[in-house]
Design a binder for this molecule. Structure first.
Ligand SMILES: Cc1cc2nc3c(=O)[nH]c(=O)nc-3n(C[C@H](O)[C@H](O)[C@H](O)COP(=O)(O)O)c2cc1C
Length: 231
């Protein structure tokens, strides 16, 4: 047997960070049972039951989801958002269309979502195309937000640099005054987006890394095909 090649010299560790990272546990939780053979035909049904299970298990903020988008040149960005709804049409989230993610989704509607619920060692990944909902549904989502959240959106300019905290505070105060004067005011850029899934993957960790992965792929004529994936 040929001996394994010597590894390249490691860069100096940053104050022992490498060792501390490697010492951190993962999947050190009571891992729930997942029998992919008993999974429902519809991934939305399975997602709803996994979400309810996560809530019951005390997973913190299980509705926080990572959204990955790509710009017109194919460069990716990702950020966390709140999941607003899931139904037969897809996974919904809300944001301004006037910021970077809105521009990216307008240029390229392909996107992916990823949830990780560490307390139950489960991951759900969804990939598909994103479209804005009807403006009336966007307005209803906007008006369901708190006055402070509405004001922040109305202040605009999300993700653009600001000269100072004072300038920011001034803009927030002005926007809050607008909301107080007109509680029905709707930000025309506020958008409820729906990611229509091409595939949905349910991933259950195994401590010995024999993870269980079940992927639902949207079939051309409607319905879903299911496949198990290697861990
Ligand atoms: C837990 C959490 C929830 C968030 N929820 C939202 C949300 O629902 N909508 C939103 O636009 N931004 C939300 N944000 C802020 C985004 O992560 C991001 O900073 C912002 O949308 C700007 O993204 P962009 O520059 O890629 O457009 C949230 C951030 C965190 C950490």
């Amino acid at each position: 047997m040929t001996p394994a090649p010597a590894p390249p010299p490691e860069r100096p560790a940053h104050s022992g960070l490498r060792a501390r990272l490697r010492a951190l546990p993962v999947f050190a939780t009571a891992i729930p049972r997942f029998d992919p053979d008993a999974a429902p035909d519809d991934p939305v049904e399975l997602f709803a039951s996994w979400l309810d299970h996560a809530v019951a298990a005390g997973v913190a903020e299980p509705h926080v989801v990572n959204l990955a988008t790509v710009d017109a040149e194919g460069r990716p960005s990702s950020r966390f958002l709140l999941l607003k709804d899931v139904d037969a049409d897809g996974w919904r989230f809300a944001s301004t269309s006037a910021g970077p993610k809105g521009a990216e989704l307008a240029a390229n509607p392909h996107a992916a979502l990823a949830f990780y619920w560490s307390r139950v060692a489960r991951q759900v990944r969804v990939r598909g195309t994103v479209a804005p909902e009807d403006p009336r549904r966007c307005a209803a989502d906007f008006l369901a937000r708190s006055p402070a959240a509405r004001a922040e959106a109305l202040a605009g300019g999300q993700s653009t640099p600001v000269a100072s905290r004072a300038e920011l505070a001034e803009a927030t105060a002005a926007a809050r005054a607008r909301v107080a004067a007109d509680p029905g005011l709707v930000d025309p850029h506020w958008t409820l987006y729906t990611l229509r899934p091409e595939y949905v993957e349910f991933w259950q960790a195994d401590r010995d890394r024999a993870h269980i992965r079940l992927r639902y792929t949207a079939a051309t004529g409607g319905g879903w095909t299911r496949s198990l994936l290697r861990p």
